[in-house]
Design a protein around this ligand. Structure first.
Ligand SMILES: [Fe+2]
Length: 378
């Protein structure tokens, strides 16, 4: 049999870049700035950062010669005494413009009011000792947005070490940690024994915190059931049922506030948050921190009915997961995606103490990638 091998086609040099035939037999274009900037020698293997500074080139990079030898493209440069060698396999990854594949970019799975028995649960001491289990925990958070950590130590440190498994504790303007108990002079509805409607936390911050930890240290009061709903489930159904209303809530920024003697925090957010694909990734919702609207009053003719429809849907039993938190458990959830609240309780009937903090969503994805992928430089 006569095996034909296709001859290596020499790269074609053009003004601003070169064309090269790759494994699909097609000719692909690469820009000279890009090739020079991303020359393998541009990166420091120790810092894993780019050590080459393209601003220091006196003239725009242009290839003098480009040749394929074996599996390597070798480029010499016109105004620089430098040779760049690219494995062809490396160029293959960039021949078609697309976002870098992201292991943390997982599809969300909506859940409903009957989800409580199926909530992913992880034991805190086991998580501490097992990086593979930590990856599973974060994966559950990325996909479902809500998990329960069990066997928590009954200490402040227990919460810190749990949070630090996925990121740094991220302060809000209330500080690094918050304690939910009944206060004598409350500055926040959470610190009373009243019911707390479904909400996301600190919507008045420009970047509201991402992941919320609620460590239940005691819960012996009468009442005080926890309420959680998946904002993605509700907003996706809302999108199908009321597409016009969905568009209004996803596109109109509305003011939120949080104001007392020493602070006056303000932000503008859309009620429904979309990700890079236009899929629902979260909500910003809080009746007690929605500011007096300054939107056009005629726009409010359509915005308010959409908002109220959505708010009513959030409270439908179909979506509402209701349960009693137990001491020793820590709820960990996406503060944008998962709305939470609680039923009223009788303050004198026992003790109720939750201690909470936040970490960042992006940092959690970073931790996940580091746990599950090879990265670019490992
Ligand atoms: Fe809250």
């Amino acid at each position: 049999m006569n095996v034909m091998t296709s001859p290596v086609v020499a790269p074609v040099l053009q003004n601003n870049g070169l064309r090269i035939a790759l494994s699909d037999g097609e000719s692909h274009y690469f820009n000279y700035h890009w090739l020079r900037d991303n020359c393998p020698s541009s990166f420091n293997s120790s810092t894993r950062e780019r050590s080459f500074d393209i601003f220091h080139l006196e003239t725009a990079p242009k290839a003098k010669t480009a040749e394929v030898t074996g599996d390597v493209l070798e480029i010499t440069w016109e105004a620089e005494d430098h040779v760049t060698s690219f494995p062809l396999s490396w160029l293959e990854a960039y021949k078609i413009p697309r976002r870098r594949p992201d292991p943390a970019d997982l599809s969300r799975e909506a859940w409903y009011g009957d989800h409580y028995p199926d909530v992913p649960r992880f034991s805190q001491p086991e998580l501490l000792g097992d990086p593979a289990l930590r990856a599973k925990w974060i994966e559950a958070m990325l996909v479902e947005g809500f998990t329960i950590i069990t066997d928590m130590p009954n200490s402040n440190e227990g919460l810190t070490e749990t949070a630090e498994m996925i990121g740094q504790v991220r302060p809000t303007f209330f500080g690094d940690y918050f304690d939910v108990k009944t206060h004598i002079n409350p500055t926040n509805t959470a610190y009373t024994a009243s019911a707390l409607e479904l909400h996301t936390d600190t919507p008045a911050e420009e970047h509201a915190p991402g992941m919320q930890f609620l460590h239940c240290r005691a819960n012996t009061v009468k009442g005080g059931y926890s309420l959680y709903a998946d904002g993605v489930a509700v907003a996706n159904d809302f999108r199908t049922r009321y597409p016009e209303g969905f568009k209004l809530l996803a596109e109109t920024k509305v003011p939120f506030f949080c104001e007392h003697d020493t602070y006056d925090m303000r932000s503008r957010q859309t009620v429904i948050e979309l990700d890079q694909y236009g899929d629902v990734s979260g909500l910003t919702i809080s009746q007690h921190m929605l500011d007096i609207s300054d939107l056009d009053q005629e726009l409010l003719d359509s915005w308010y009915p959409a908002f109220c429809r959505f708010g009513k849907m959030l409270q439908e039993e179909k979506y509402m997961m209701t349960f009693l938190m137990k001491a020793g458990e820590c709820m960990v959830f996406d503060n944008h995606r998962i709305v939470h609240g609680r039923a009223a309780y009788t303050a004198e009937s026992g003790e109720r103490y939750l201690r909470g903090c936040y970490t960042d969503r992006a940092e959690m994805r970073s931790t996940y990638r580091a746990l599950v992928s090879e990265g670019r430089f490992k």
